[in-house]
Design a protein around this ligand. Structure first.
Ligand code: UD1
Length: 418
């Protein structure tokens, strides 16, 4: 087990570069199973979710090798349609492979996926969508078993705009016979990125980024090189760190338009934020004021993946605020840990009622999930005194070189193996 030791109170100055988006890279890796052509993904973050996805690809018989920060995948030798339970439990995105594995083998066997324990996280919409394309699905002993003679395009109406379900159906539809129309599709930038990658290797998809996506089935995909979009959640995390600690930080290689909901909030809190091409610069030298209400929404609303970090900021703003989590049921698990550091937050159902305190006090706290873990690090960086954040393997799922990047802008944080 590893932990972070943080001596809080340093202001942050300098610039930090942003990795490719975890939530783009994972479905793009799943998409690589669809083609026999060689695919190279550029600037792939060295995070455990990606490493686990690479292990799953290897299990399927694909050849996936890192060359520096790039990942080369050759799926021409893929020969298995089964994703073993040990790996599926490590990574929720293993479920994205259903669409591409069925497309390739007309069969798939996958254990129910794992990932962050932030709520129920059902996969009913994924399965209903795949059934619309002609897949027969049974569930046995914790496995999802899929079969079809062929995939045939169809209309799929999603009950809610699920990111994963939209991506899975796109993957299954790419080489289906005929046209698939996905309505009430998720509009996250990572979905448009998946469309752009697939089109770059020969797919015919349009509409991603809107609520209706049209996939015209093609017979064959090729290979190619692709650079995924920057990680808006990593960028947002560093902006919140700078806002909480004070100082001036440039977040480089980011797309401000993909986190405009956060930028809007941080400005309301009192931060000065400016943009120069692909750099977002945040400056703050004072205690921030609270924003009354924030609720998480599907894109372009406030992202659930920044809820924990932003709640952590609100807890040291002047005044009261309420944060409502609309997407996942148990995404306030970090709150009892923040309370150990002096936060005054009461959670009732999906709402966190916050009375801002002057400052966090250093404490030993435990990370329970990826974004909640990152939020505890931000609290530690801005706290008075020393903090320990335990079980940081959760944070390693989504942030590459997190402590190195934080140290490069002045934070006092080290990783210790216990
Ligand atoms: C993806 C992101 C995750 C982010 C989330 C919401 C990846 C790898 N993960 O997760 O970081 O927090 O989007 O932006 O991209 N739902 C159902 N049935 C389903 C599927 C989803 O009811 O079959 C519900 C979920 O319980 C949740 C909501 O839909 O309440 C949104 O979930 P979804 O968009 O599917 O999230 P993920 O794709 O799992």
């Amino acid at each position: 087990m590893e932990k972070y030791i943080i001596n809080g109170g340093n202001k942050l100055y300098g610039s930090v570069g942003i990795q490719s988006a975890k939530n783009s890279v994972l479905p793009i890796l799943a998409a690589a199973v669809l083609t026999d052509g060689k695919v190279e993904i550029i600037n792939v973050p060295q995070i455990s979710d990606v490493k686990n996805m690479v292990k799953i690809l290897s299990c399927l018989g694909c050849d996936a090798v890192y060359e520096g920060d790039n990942l080369k995948i050759d799926s021409s030798s893929a020969d298995s349609c089964e994703i073993p339970s040990a790996l599926a439990h490590e990574l929720r995105s293993s479920v994205f492979l259903l669409g591409s594995v069925i497309s390739r083998f007309h069969a798939a066997k996958i254990a129910y996926p794992g990932g962050c324990d932030i709520g129920l996280r059902p996969v009913d919409l994924h399965l209903t969508g795949l059934k619309r394309l002609g897949v027969k699905i049974t569930e046995r002993n914790g496995y999802i078993l899929c079969k079809c003679d062929k995939l045939v395009g169809n209309e799929v109406m999603l009950d809610c705009p699920s990111v994963g379900a939209t991506e899975n159906i796109m993957l299954a539809a790419v080489k289906a016979e005929g046209v698939t129309v996905i309505r009430n599709a998720a509009r996250e930038p990572e979905i448009e990125d998946l469309q752009n990658f697939l089109n770059a290797i020969g797919a015919k998809i349009s509409g991603a980024g809107s609520g209706t996506i049209v996939v015209e089935g093609v017979k064959k995909l090729t290979g190619g090189q692709y650079l995924p979009i920057p990680d808006r959640i990593e960028a947002g995390t560093f902006l919140i760190a700078a806002a909480m600690c004070g100082g001036e930080v440039s977040v480089e290689g980011a797309r401000a338009e993909n986190i405009s909901s956060l930028i809007h909030k941080l400005r309301e809190n009192g931060c000065k934020i400016s943009m120069k091409s692909d750099t977002i610069i945040l400056e703050n030298h004072k205690r921030l004021t609270s924003v009354k209400m924030t609720e998480t929404q599907p894109y372009p609303g406030f992202p659930t993946d920044l809820q924990a970090q932003y709640t952590t900021l609100c807890a040291v703003c002047e005044g009261h605020s309420i944060i409502t989590e609309n997407l996942f049921e148990t995404r306030f698990k970090y709150v009892p840990e923040l309370r150990k550091m002096g936060a005054d937050i009461t959670v009732i159902n999906r709402n966190a009622f916050i009375r801002g305190v002057e400052r966090y006090k250093g404490a030993t706290v435990v990370a329970h999930d990826l974004r909640g873990g990152a939020a505890l690090v931000l609290a530690g960086l801005s706290a008075e005194g020393r903090s320990e954040v335990i079980d940081i393997s959760h944070i390693d799922r989504g942030y590459s070189s997190f402590e190195q990047k934080l140290r490069s802008i002045g934070a006092d944080i080290v990783r210790i193996t216990v």
